[in-house]
Design a protein around this ligand. Structure first.
Ligand code: DC
Length: 232
C-alpha cells in the first residue's frame, strides 16, 4: 500500500478521545491529506433528516443515503491545505454536522449496513494512493485493514465528556456535564455493540490513551510512529 505518496495512517477510537485535533495535526506534520470519516456519517444523518426520514427507519435511511451517494448529492472532496470536506447537495454543511442531534443521528445511522457500504468506496478512494490520515472507528479494522500504521486513540469517558462540554461551550452551545457524560456513554455503547463494524481495536493497532497527555505529545508520538513505518 505504501507508494510514492506515503503510507496510510488509520486513527480510530471513541468519540472525544481527541482524534480530530490530533489527526489534523499529524496530517499537517506529515504533509498528508486528512479524511474525517465521521463527517460522512454525520452528513448521512443530515441527508436523512432533510429527506424527512426518521433515524430509526433503517430501510428508509439506507435507501436515502445510498441514493444520495450514487447521484453525488453526498460526497467527499479535496479541500484546502490537505483537508477533505463533505458536500451535501453541493454545499459544505460544516456547523450543521456538529450539533448534538447530528452526533446522535450519525451514531444511529452508522449501525445500518447499507449506510456503511454506501460510504466505503468514498473513504477508500481517498486512501488508496497513500499519503493520507483517516480518522474514524473502523479504518484499521474494515476500511484499510492493511494500513501501515493503526492507532487506537482513547481516553476515559469522564475526560471525553469534559472535553466535549468545553468544545460545545466554545461554540456557544450550553452543555451540561452530566448530560454530556450520559451521551458519551450511550454513543460508546451504540458504537461498540452494533453488529456491523463495531468500534473495536485492531489486533495490530498501537493503543494511545490521551487522558493525561497534552495533544502535542500525542501528535509527536504518532508522527514518530508513522516515520518508523515509512512516512518521510
Ligand atoms: O467521529 P464522529 O463523532 O464525527 O462520528 C460520528 C458517528 O459516526 C459516531 O457515532 C460513529 C460513527 N462513525 C463510524 O461508525 N465509523 C467511522 N469510521 C466514523 C464514524
Amino acid at each position: 500500500m505504501s507508494g510514492a505518496r506515503g503510507i496510510v495512517v488509520a486513527i480510530d477510537g471513541p468519540a472525544g478521545a481527541g482524534k480530530s485535533t490530533v489527526a489534523r495535526q499529524v496530517a499537517g506534520a506529515l504533509g498528508y491529506t486528512l479524511v474525517d470519516t465521521g463527517s460522512l456519517y454525520r452528513a448521512s444523518a443530515l441527508v436523512a433528516e432533510r429527506a424527512g426520514v426518521s433515524m430509526g427507519d433503517q430501510a428508509g435511511v439506507e435507501g436515502t443515503v445510498s441514493a444520495a451517494v450514487a447521484r453525488g448529492a453526498l460526497r467527499l472532496e479535496a479541500g484546502d491545505a490537505g483537508l477533505t470536506r463533505v458536500l451535501v447537495d453541493g454545499e459544505d454543511p460544516a456547523e450543521a454536522l456538529r450539533t448534538p442531534a447530528m452526533s446522535m443521528g450519525a451514531s444511529a445511522v452508522a449501525a445500518y449496513p447499507g449506510v456503511r457500504e454506501a460510504l466505503l468506496e468514498a473513504q477508500r478512494a481517498f486512501g488508496r494512493a497513500g499519503g493520507v490520515v483517516l480518522e474514524g472507528r473502523d479504518i484499521g479494522t474494515v476500511v484499510f485493514p492493511k494500513a501501515e500504521l493503526k492507532v487506537f486513540l482513547t481516553a476515559s469517558a469522564e475526560e471525553r465528556a469534559r472535553r466535549r462540554c468545553d468544545e460545545l461551550r466554545l461554540r456557544g452551545i450550553d452543555a451540561d456535564y452530566a448530560v454530556t457524560l450520559a451521551e458519551v456513554r450511550q454513543r460508546d455503547h451504540q458504537d461498540a455493540s452494533r453488529e456491523i463494524a463495531p468500534l473495536r481495536e485492531a489486533d495490530d493497532a498501537v493503543r494511545v490513551d490521551s487522558s493525561n497527555m497534552e495533544p502535542q505529545a500525542v501528535v509527536d508520538a504518532i508522527v514518530a510512529l508513522a516515520r518508523g513505518r515509512g512516512a518521510v
